[in-house]
Design a protein around this ligand. Structure first.
Ligand code: UDP
Ligand code: MN
Length: 775
């Protein structure tokens, strides 16, 4: 019996030991998992950070993606013979409405001449694009008058909508300055004849020629004759109309001088080939037998290069501007701009489409030049072939960099060469939409410290369709300096009675596309030239602009499509991830003040160790910030991006020990416990983003099995304590990066603190801060 009892007893003991060790093991595993979780969290954040790209669309979080509108238009409507893009189609785009039955009918009626009340659009058989160079300008008003010629039926044409305007108020928006070259195309003979008849009425003075007919060269070699005359019709005739600037507050900003409606210039309005693939920005499809080729060529640009090559380089796209844009007024004397495209190994057809969209849809007198900066591309077609192609456009200049500089220094090179008053930077795979330029320049004109971005729409990487994005979107960032899109709060829109065409204050620009006053760009010290290749420069310039007295706006009346792609088609001279994170660390060090800790804590701890990552010299950048007397990052957060939750520490206040019910105190160089007292500053600690337990400049550090206070140093991993990141050991303070989970434990009777193996139920190891600011 005794033996059995003993056995029972020993079994009990054994069972107890067994259960205890299982529990211990479980805790151990849990604690380990916690440290793994923590490490994983770091990894996840790092991975996220690595994926980040300025203009990338790969941010999966809701509300942070590029917000595409679904526009569901019957594609067949676009391939009908004689179809043209017109306002009704645009309306459907603008509203982003799913094509309702009535919309659908409206569209089809309009696009199908037979259904369009018998008013068929005349089919043009003999379209020609003709380049003319203006030899002289009479006042600021010019009329290009095509004359009917006996020798040929081909005529020089002005666009249909200009013709319409011609009858009423003004015409020929394209030409304003001496030596402006303009490509005019026109396909509507009926309207054209009307125009000629109207303007060549007896009594009109034909003596004053303003266009030299000898300069005319037609792409299809037909001879064209002109009569030219000054006209009483005035481009400025609109200034009597009510002022409709973008935003009611802007009326105050109006400068003296005349105004006119934004010019709806679009040479491609009635495209050469309405049937062409991808025409009107519609989705294109790869024929079945071409799929292997299309797949093979994807890597050339990381989008559907095969389709891009099929689509006309001057295709028409829908006018996606909000309605009121075409009625908005801008000043007559806007500054001119240099459009700068930096590129490296860009796909031929997308580069051309980008350039054509600028040439075709910008008022020539405002487009000083187009500068192509070749950042040492490796592709042959981007050398002589490009020179030859671009030589037909007098405004296009090519700058070749001898060494690969990266986007940032390539842009600086482009800016240095620019002669326009305003710099407009664009990516080399974009399509500028109708009326894109004037609204940007207007804002810079109103205030040279406004830096303005068009709405970046999406050219789909798979089918190359032009896609509309949601209204009221602005560029923001989240930690660790990841760019993304986010809608203005409803409340804000309501309070400010914002219209969909009003400029939107933008905390961070996407980076690819913007206009900036050239002098102001240099006042701001341009970009930090220490930034390499690509990445982070949009953050740099955004913080710099806002903190040093400028503003960034998105201008809804200006829209540019951009191909967002999943990968870069070019090589990074050094490791891509390391390049981007080094750039970001430079930005954080110069601009984020004490908030840089938040950046580093989101997967970038390793950048704090300067022996591993050399982020280069920052003296000049820091001096620049001082010289410009820029405001603090706190000011930026409070005033520009107040909806970002950015507490400076994770937790602070007293550190309460659950077991002893006392609080940690650091007094006379000794760390111990005392009765909790909020008014006692010696009991105030904070738990920082980099997981330090900080009291002023001293931090809790392990020393063998005890703890001491050491000067804080974010780069020292042994000062980091994990708190609140696991369901099992939530309230513990566990040493980071130790092979055995070690936790801070209060000594019950001596007011000392020990370092002990973590024990999830031991209340002496549980600690609580007075305030927590993050999860
Ligand atoms: N670019 C450049 N040099 C570089 C990297 C990029 O000139 O070292 C150009 C690139 O050709 C493009 C622009 O910079 O016109 C922006 O790059 P990308 O479009 O690849 O960035 P994303 O839009 O994908 O963020
Ligand atoms: Mn791009």
């Amino acid at each position: 019996m005794k033996f059995r009892k003993y056995l029972r007893g020993s079994k009990r003991v054994l069972a107890f030991v067994f259960v205890a060790s299982v529990i211990w093991l479980l805790f151990d595993i849990a604690a380990l998992r916690m440290s793994f979780n923590d490490a994983n969290q770091d990894l996840k954040e790092r991975e996220f950070a690595q994926k980040q790209g300025r203009r990338r669309d790969n941010i999966e979080d809701m509300g942070f993606k590029h917000p595409l509108q679904v526009v569901n238009i019957d594609k067949r409507a676009f391939i009908k013979k004689g179809s043209r893009f017109d306002r009704n189609v645009n309306n459907v785009y603008r509203k982003g409405e799913k094509a309702r039955p009535e919309n659908q009918t409206l569209l089809q009626n309009h696009l199908n001449p037979k259904l369009n009340g018998g008013k068929a659009y005349k089919e043009d058989i003999n379209q020609s694009n003709v380049h003319i160079t203006v030899k002289s300008v009479v006042k600021e008003t010019i009329v290009i008058i095509p004359k009917k010629s006996n020798e040929t039926n081909t005529m020089i044409n002005v666009k249909a909508n200009n013709v319409a305007k011609m009858k009423g108020t003004h015409l020929a928006d394209e030409v304003h300055h001496r030596n402006d070259t303009v490509a005019v195309s026109h396909r509507d003979v009926g309207l054209h004849e009307n125009l000629v008849n109207n303007l060549l009425k007896p009594g009109n003075d034909k003596s004053d020629f303003i266009i030299d007919s000898t300069e005319i060269h037609s792409s299809n070699k037909t001879k064209t004759h002109f009569v030219q005359k000054p006209t009483e019709l005035n481009l400025h005739g609109l200034s009597e109309e009510p002022v409709m600037l973008f935003n009611s507050t802007d009326v105050r900003m109006r400068r003296s001088g005349r105004l006119h409606k934004i010019m709806a210039l679009d040479v491609t309005d009635r495209p050469r080939d309405p049937q062409a693939i991808g025409q009107f920005g519609q989705p294109a499809q790869v024929p079945r037998d071409k799929e292997p080729e299309s797949r093979r060529r994807w890597g050339e640009g990381h989008f559907n290069v095969f389709l891009s090559d099929q689509i006309p380089v001057d295709r028409a796209i829908p006018d996606t501007r909000p309605h009121s844009c075409s009625e908005s007024l801008v000043h007559d004397d806007l500054p001119s701009t240099s459009v700068i495209f930096c590129f490296v190994d860009e796909v031929w057809s997308t580069l051309l489409r980008s350039v054509h969209s600028v040439l075709n849809r910008s008022p020539p007198h405002l487009l000083k030049e187009v500068i192509l900066v070749d950042d040492c591309s490796t592709k042959d077609y981007l050398k002589e072939q490009l020179d030859v192609y671009m030589s037909q456009f007098s405004k296009v200049r090519i700058i070749r960099l001898k060494e690969r500089q990266g986007l940032i220094r390539a842009r600086i090179a482009g800016a240095d060469a620019a002669t326009g008053e305003v710099l407009t930077f664009l990516d080399s795979h974009v399509e500028c939409n109708i009326g894109w330029l004037e609204p940007l320049l207007e804002r810079v004109y109103l205030d040279h410290r406004k830096v303005v971005c068009p709405v970046i729409e999406v050219v789909n990487d798979k089918d190359m369709s032009y896609m509309l994005v949601d209204n009221f979107q602005r560029g923001v960032f989240r930690w660790p300096l990841v760019f993304g899109w986010n809608a203005l709060p409803e409340e804000y829109i309501r309070k400010n009675q914002m219209k969909d065409s009003d400029p939107i204050r933008c905390p961070v620009m996407a980076g690819g596309l913007f206009s900036i006053d050239k002098k102001y760009f240099y006042e701001l010290g341009s970009y930090d030239p220490g930034l390499d290749v690509w990445g982070g420069e949009n953050m740099e310039i955004s913080f710099k602009i806002w903190m040093c007295g400028g503003e960034i706006e998105i201008i809804p009346c200006s829209r540019v499509g951009h191909i967002f792609r999943g990968d870069n088609p070019y090589k990074f001279p050094k490791d891509r991830v390391k390049t981007v994170e080094r750039n970001l660390a430079r930005v954080a060090e110069v601009w984020l003040d004490e908030y840089k800790e938040i950046f580093y804590s989101h997967g970038y701890h390793h950048l704090l160790d300067k022996s591993i990552t050399d982020i280069g010299n920052l003296t000049e950048q820091i001096q620049l910030r001082e010289k410009l007397k820029c405001k603090s990052f706190k000011w930026y957060l409070d005033n520009v991006y107040p909806d970002l939750n950015a507490p400076l520490v994770k937790a602070d206040g007293l550190i309460f020990n659950v077991g002893t019910r006392k609080c940690l105190i650091f007094q006379n160089g000794i760390l111990s416990f005392d009765k909790c007292d909020l008014s006692n500053k010696s009991q105030h600690f904070s738990y920082t983003w980099l997981r330090l337990l900080r009291h002023n400049t001293s931090c809790v550090a392990p020393r063998e099995m005890h703890v001491i206070m050491e000067p804080c140093d974010n780069a020292k991993p042994h000062l980091r304590w994990v708190h609140k990141s696991s369901a099992v050991l939530t309230e513990h303070l566990m040493m980071e990066g130790h092979s055995q989970p070690m936790c801070l434990e209060a000594e019950n009777n001596s007011d000392g603190i020990l370092l002990k193996g973590c024990d999830s139920i031991n209340t002496l190891q549980k600690w609580q801060f007075t305030h927590y600011y993050t999860q």
